[in-house]
Design a protein around this ligand. Sequence first.
Ligand code: ADP
Ligand code: MG
Length: 261
Amino acid sequence: MSELAQKREADRSKMSVSDHIAVQITNMNKWYGAFHVLRDINLTVNEGERIVIAGPSGSGKSTLIRCINRLEEHQQGDIIVDGTELTSDLKNIDKIRSEVGMCFQHFNLFPHLSILENCTLAPIWVRKTPKKEAEEIAMHFLEKVKIPEQADKFPGQLSGGQQQRVAIARSLCMKPRIMLFDEPTSALDPEMIKEVLDTMIELAEEGMTMLCVTHEMGFARQVANRVIFMDQGQIVEQNEPEEFFNNPKSDRTKLFLSQIL
Ligand code: ADP
Ligand code: MG
């Protein structure tokens, strides 16, 4: 193992994974109309795992993570999040949504609300947190993502990287147990990618369970304990990062890696 690989391994092993299952997906299938978009997905994610989901465009990565907080509905199989099964039962959906935070490529901040208001909206209306307390929590997380001074501005006044960090802070205000990221840096200028990745790395180091769809393979190598490769709606291969990158098993993975690395 190279020195760099050894250092990564040492850093990663400091981030602990528990026995508790955060997400369990069993024989899951999903169709969009007649199109079979997810095929026989089986995936168990333990608390504290940092999973990177990679794969070509259209392979079903977004659909898969959107199923985990029921932004998309699956038709077959089971998805159990922190002990609660995702069915059409609205009570379960609400419970799971309150435990699962999500950050998207295009931030999805409310443009007409200030940064602080973006961060306090859900805690006040969904969690019924008193306004003053919600604001204190929001400032705590805005400090954590290193932009407390932007609290009174509006999203349009911030850079893309800052807006994405607000989106992360906003999710954290709901005290999620799991965070889903869908290409959080893909819409950012190169110089802003690092500041968002650094925020995500810090979250990982604090033990957050994370599923990240990303093309940032440096991030995958540094932070992930497992890389999952999807193609045509299936999980084709998964492995710990060094093995995944250095010794891919399937031809589809090899082809993908040859195109992106
Ligand atoms: P990825 O995130 O890996 O690029 P997606 O999960 O977005 O893949 O999409 C997987 C496939 O499902 C693609 O072929 C896409 O065109 C299709 N798809 C995505 N969303 C919808 C939808 N709402 N209705 C119909 N087809 C969709
Ligand atoms: Mg996608």
